[in-house]
Write a protein that binds this ligand. Structure first.
Ligand code: PEP
Ligand code: MN
Length: 294
């Protein structure tokens, strides 16, 4: 059983990144492309998502792809472009660290370290993050991980920090779980939020982009994007502390990965407007207090 479960009854944790509070009163919106592809691309998208209301910028420099022949990210150059976009646009950045070897390097750039679904049980990486860094972490749910496994993975990070009297600074990210056919990659899991809340006091955000997932044709892509917008709204209604959303104008023509699931700016704006509407915020707040049934 994870420590977080044993410590149930703790106040809900708030993770602070500058003046952004994840787990505070307002939902936090993280947006940006799946991958950093060039300096111009990440800077332009940073500007657009900031104008549309994003609090933080996402973008992968290291991309753990299912196929070794797919675009693997710009790596060190990608991190430098992210840092430049932060400097120019002023949004803090969340980016993925894929292995212990790169941890120190990525931690020097990131305002929040992302641990991807495929690495949720990379215990060496989780332990190193806990023992060697204080940077806030976005831990994504493994592709077929139970909630208990998810919470225990968070504790691998928390343990090393607690032993050094450092806040765990962990945000959990529901990002869908695997289903058995290919049309959608995954199945949304925001409905598991009340159960997860019972097991942990860390803030929980939702990634509708990977939860709903890629389509394979232009027609499917439109439908997938609509479903991503709907899933984002539904997760807010269910009480999540924020969203991480892939946004990339003209992704179908340009994107080197996840082209079918990256939202346009108007679609992203629709989510932000929904999130910021007072009545919806009130509903989100009430849901976040809902007790699970068991
Ligand atoms: C991502 O957010 O870039 C990503 C690869 O997501 P996941 O690890 O959830 O598949
Ligand atoms: Mn992606």
């Amino acid at each position: 059983m994870s420590t977080a479960i044993a410590e149930k009854g703790l106040e809900k944790a708030v993770v602070r990144i500058g003046n952004i509070e994840i787990g505070g009163e307002k939902p936090v919106i993280i947006a940006g492309p799946c991958a950093v592809e060039s300096r111009e691309q990440i800077t332009e998208i940073a500007q657009l998502v900031k104008e549309a209301g994003a609090d933080m910028l996402r973008g992968g420099a290291y991309k753990p792809r299912s196929s070794p022949y797919s675009f693997q990210g710009l790596k060190e150059k990608g991190l430098a472009y992210l840092a430049k976009a932060r400097e120019l646009i002023g949004l803090p950045i969340v980016t993925e660290v894929t292995c212990v070897r790169k941890l120190e390097f990525v931690a020097n750039y990131a305002n929040m370290l992302q641990v991807g679904a495929r690495n949720m049980q990379n215990f060496d990486l989780l332990t190193a993050i806990g023992e060697e860094t204080d940077v806030p972490v976005l831990l994504k749910r493994g592709l077929s991980a139970s909630l208990d496994e998810f919470c225990n993975s968070a504790e691998y990070i928390a343990k090393g920090r607690k032993e050094r009297d450092v806040e765990p600074n962990i945000v959990l990210c529901l990002r869908g779980v695997r289903i058995s056919h290919n049309r959608q990659r995954c199945k949304s899991d925001y409905h598991e939020l009340p159960d997860l809340r019972k097991m942990t006091n860390y803030p929980v955000i939702f990634d509708p982009s990977h939860a709903v997932g890629n389509g394979r044709s232009r027609n499917e892509s439109e439908l997938i994007r609509e479903q991503i917008v709907n899933a984002a709204k539904a997760a807010l209604r269910a009480g999540v502390d924020g969203l991480i959303v892939e946004v990339y104008p003209n992704a179908l023509e340009l994107a080197k990965c996840d082209a079918h699931q990256q939202l346009s700016i108007p679609q992203f704006r629709e989510i932000v407007e929904y999130a910021m509407t007072p009545a919806n915020q009130r509903e989100r707040y009430l849901s976040s207090k809902t007790e699970p049934l068991w």
